[in-house]
Design a protein around this ligand. Structure first.
Ligand code: FAD
Length: 521
């Protein structure tokens, strides 16, 4: 454990890294930019922006330059980096990674968000062409307000860029129906590590298309994505029900995600909370409205230290008769085994529902905890091991909570995640997303950021020791061995793709997978 903390402190001590040797490493990059037709602006060393930080707040870096591209053509600046033996380029979406993934220490950071977002909707084909640096929140507003259409698959929080989530997967409560966001794009425009621009899809340059989706930014910079749309509903009935037993929670959640499309909810997630009056981690985290009351006397006496909440939502149109919505709902809820008396619901507008985390963001900003560190841990855990994971991790290591949501809900793998894409999953038909969305609260006093990191490590070690089949989502590994284990039998393919699309390992150095001038192993 101590060795881990030492490594953590050392890795983040940017001033302890070897002194730069060449002029460009010292920050004199200006000659490199001579004669380059860049429409945007370049801010050299010391770039006093956020480019050396991210949402996680535990990694720091010192980029040599921050490039604010004016248009997607400026992404070809990666060609510049290839003229030097050292330079790397990180496309930065909204910097909402938690382990420095969008950073480029002594490299170039390309701020994708400064390109004015283009969101061009084609109602005839129900698709939108969207720039890679556009925020999903802006995509939502443009599609719904302008056309009554909406993307099918979302993330919980929409202050993330299209290129940033497509580089990972993009999962939320719609994933069980439509797959992750990476399954809901039909075409990309990509600038590869050689600075070449390609349009790619399942039929045109398919290898690049499959590589880039879930590719952790390793194979190209996404400058445009074509996103599938569907008619947007007007309203959402948003429901939470509570379980005292994990087995019953899992049984109901799995039942609902395996029902045929159109015969289930439009959204399904779940979370674990502490069985106590803890204001952050406990009962109070369940009600959906301030006038709703969580009655602890409903909880069975035999309940353990944590409880489970299934969260579902049903879409409807303004013209749907209320009785029809009620009937659909009762049919879907029939047979579920949640605790009597612990059912909460509200009706909200569709956009309000999708922007629900923005309200939490505003509150967290007001409390000062949004800008504090977030040592988050995200895992995909096989269905086969999730009951043991509950016993070892939720009921034991995390029985006091994490200072924020602990998400846990099932996702279908086989039909919903195309294995030609770069994301890696546990084996089997179904796995669970587990997300520890930690916040550092000064009051009530929780763990410090360092203690949270140690606890994350303990959880990962427990998974390994217990032989659980799991993968890190939004992965972070500090060694080549760690990455090899992560990709497993897809490591060779991942390396071959790197050699083909970014042979000098210029792109996304913050992922720490390939150093500049790497050799396949
Ligand atoms: P960044 O952090 O800026 O970049 C992430 C990686 O992608 C970096 O390696 C970067 O170099 C690369 N990259 C960025 N833009 C491009 C591009 N245009 N082309 C190629 N590579 C690029 N994830 C989910 O799946 N579901 C959720 O519900 C969810 N909720 C979240 C809520 C919050 C509050 C936060 C902070 C994160 C959440 N995430 C969620 C995680 C999020 O999807 C990832 O952290 C994502 O990478 C962040 O997007 P970003 O635009 O900030 O990307």
């Amino acid at each position: 454990m101590i060795a881990y903390i030492e490594r953590f402190v050392h890795d983040n001590d940017v001033d302890s890294m070897p002194e730069p040797e060449t002029a460009e490493e010292q920050g004199d990059l200006s000659p490199l930019f001579n004669g380059v037709d860049l429409q945007g602006t370049v801010e050299f060393a010391g770039c006093g922006s956020d480019s050396g930080r991210d949402f996680g707040g535990v990694q720091l870096s010192k980029p040599l330059a921050l490039i604010r591209p004016a248009n997607s053509d400026d992404a070809k600046v990666v060609r510049l980096a290839s003229r030097s033996p050292h330079l790397t380029v990180a496309a930065r979406g909204n910097g909402h990674s938690v382990n420095g993934q969008a950073m480029a220490h002594r490299g170039l950071v390309l701020d994708m968000k400064t390109i004015e977002p283009k969101i061009i909707v084609d109602p005839a084909t129900a698709q939108a062409d969207v720039s890679g640096g556009a925020l999903w929140e802006d995509v939502l507003k443009r599609c719904v307000l302008g056309y009554g259409l909406a993307p099918r698959s979302w993330t919980d929080y929409l202050g993330l860029t299209v290129g940033g989530t497509l580089s990972n997967a993009g999962v939320s409560g719609q994933t069980f129906i439509y797959g992750p966001q990476t399954e809901n794009v039909t075409e990309l425009e990509v600038v590869t590590g050689n600075g070449d621009v390609f349009v790619c899809s399942k039929n045109e340059n398919p290898e690049l298309f499959f590589s880039v989706l879930g590719g952790l930014g390793q194979f190209g910079i996404i400058t445009r994505a074509r996103v599938l749309l569907q008619p947007a509903p007007d309203m959402v009935r948003w429901i939470r029900v509570v379980y005292s037993e994990f087995s019953e929670f899992a049984r109901d959640a799995e039942l609902l995600v395996t029902r045929a499309e159109g015969d289930s909810f439009d959204y399904l997630e779940g979370f674990v909370f502490v069985n106590s009056d803890d204001p952050v981690n406990g009962w109070a985290s369940v009600p959906l409205d301030s006038d709703q009351f969580f009655d602890p006397s409903c909880i069975p006496r035999a309940a353990g230290p944590v409880l489970y909440c299934l969260e579902v939502a049903l879409h409807y149109k303004n013209e749907d008769p209320p009785s029809a919505v009620d009937m659909r709902l009762e049919r879907l809820m029939g047979g579920l085994r949640f605790v009597e008396g612990l059912r909460f619901w509200v009706d909200v507008g569709y956009m309000e529902f999708l922007l629900r985390v923005k309200r939490a963001e505003e509150e967290a900003k007001a409390n000062g905890i949004w800008d504090a560190p977030h040592p988050w841990l995200n895992l995909f855990v096989s269905k086969t091991d999730i009951a043991d994971f509950d016993r070892v991790v939720f009921k034991n290591i995390l029985k006091h909570g994490v200072g924020g949501p602990i998400l846990v809900y099932p996702l279908l793998s086989s039909s919903m995640w195309d294995s030609r894409k770069s994301v890696v999953l546990p084996e089997g038909e179904m796995f669970y997303l587990v997300a520890l969305l930690r916040f550092c609260f000064p009051y009530p006093k929780g763990l410090s950021a360092e203690e949270m990191i140690v606890q994350n490590q303990e959880i990962v070690q427990s998974c390994i020791q217990n032989g659980f089949d799991f993968k890190l989502y939004l992965p972070h590994h500090t060694s080549r061995e760690g990455w090899k284990r992560h990709f497993g039998n897809q490591w060779t393919r991942f390396q071959e793709r790197k050699a083909r699309f970014d042979p000098m390992a210029i792109l996304a150095p913050g992922q720490k997978i390939f150093p500049r001038n790497w050799q396949p192993s």
